[in-house]
Design a protein around this ligand. Structure first.
Ligand SMILES: NC(=O)c1ccc[n+]([C@@H]2O[C@H](COP(=O)([O-])OP(=O)(O)OC[C@H]3O[C@@H](n4cnc5c(N)ncnc54)[C@H](OP(=O)(O)O)[C@@H]3O)[C@@H](O)[C@H]2O)c1
Length: 271
């Protein structure tokens, strides 16, 4: 008997919320969803960038811009109300994409750096999902398979030096995501985790409490549109987890095969 999560997710007329839609992966994913006929509540702090996003789609009226911080309850409530007004409170997709990074040794960082990264990358997705679940349940009563999609990172599978706050936040997201998936599957709600490797977005321009000009030195970075396309495919196919890029897969699988070898390599390599 086919399981509910094997139903195909469709963009046409779907109601979605995408956080972190003003640049990078979230911008591209929102554009793709809207061009395929979805209504998207697009959330980020920079309102002018959300307006640019709307104008970059084939249906600007289908982009519902909410400017605010994802860690702020008022932003979340406004976004949920905007989604409620679109189809009687039913929600087909929540993409927890907004995220920030930080680079530098843990011992040199302020306690606030860890708190900020955890608030944006972990507690915000948790809070947004908690509020979304009743709305996803309403959609699941119809012939659709609503989805929560969490944008993680390969660094939520294998931690590296000088990114302790970021790794901690993405590991937390990963663990919570897996529990949530097992809880919601019986209700016909899918939970998808997408773990990109280095992506050529604005991510490294807005690092928290980090020395200027810090970059990630991973090889084979992807453009945001490619990550967004892979994310949309994962949502449509009901994938549980996708790890993107050859370098990302190599890191994760090498670690699964021999964690002590990876520990040794990373200790020598530094950041
Ligand atoms: N870039 C990479 O190498 C990479 C690798 C693996 C995973 N990822 C993950 O991919 C996701 C998207 O990142 P990206 O590469 O597309 O980076 P990006 O271009 O910097 O986009 C980040 C988005 O999050 C929003 N954002 C950040 N803090 C926010 C806050 N407090 N409240 C509301 N919105 C906030 C930003 O908008 P505003 O500034 O306008 O608020 C922006 O729209 C993140 O979860 C990141 O961890 C990125």
């Amino acid at each position: 008997m086919p399981l509910p999560f094997q139903q195909v997710w469709k963009s046409q007329d779907a109601v979605a919320i995408v956080t972190g839609a003003s640049s990078g992966i979230g911008f591209e994913l929102t554009r793709m969803l809207v061009n395929e006929g979805a209504h998207v509540v697009a959330v980020a702090r920079r309102r002018e960038r959300l307006i640019e996003l709307a104008n970059a789609t084939s249906h600007p009226e289908r982009v519902h811009c909410i400017a605010g911080d994802v860690t702020d309850a008022a932003t979340r409530e406004e976004a949920m109300r905007a989604a409620d007004s679109l189809r009687d409170g039913e929600l087909d997709l929540l993409v927890n994409n907004a995220g920030v990074g930080a680079i530098g040794p843990f011992a040199d960082a302020s306690p606030e750096r860890m708190r900020r990264v955890m608030e944006v990358n972990f507690f915000a997705p948790v809070d947004w999902t908690r509020d979304a679940i009743p709305r996803l349940r309403l959609a699941a009563q119809k012939d659709v398979r609503p989805v929560v999609c969490n944008i993680g990172s390969v660094l939520g599978h294998r931690a590296v030096p000088d990114k302790s706050e970021y790794c901690a936040s993405k590991f937390a997201l990963h663990g919570w995501n897996d529990s949530l998936r097992a809880e919601l599957v019986r209700e016909g709600i899918g939970v998808t985790m997408v773990s990109p490797s280095t992506t050529r977005s604005e991510f490294f321009d807005s690092l928290v409490e980090t020395e200027p000009d810090q970059k990630s030195n991973s090889i084979g970075s992807w453009p945001p549109a490619r990550v967004a396309q892979a994310t949309l495919t994962a949502i449509k196919r009901g994938r549980s987890e996708v790890i993107l890029s050859l370098g990302g897969k190599a890191l994760v699988y090498a670690d699964r095969v021999s964690p002590p070898v990876m520990n040794g390599i990373l200790a020598k390599r530094g950041r």
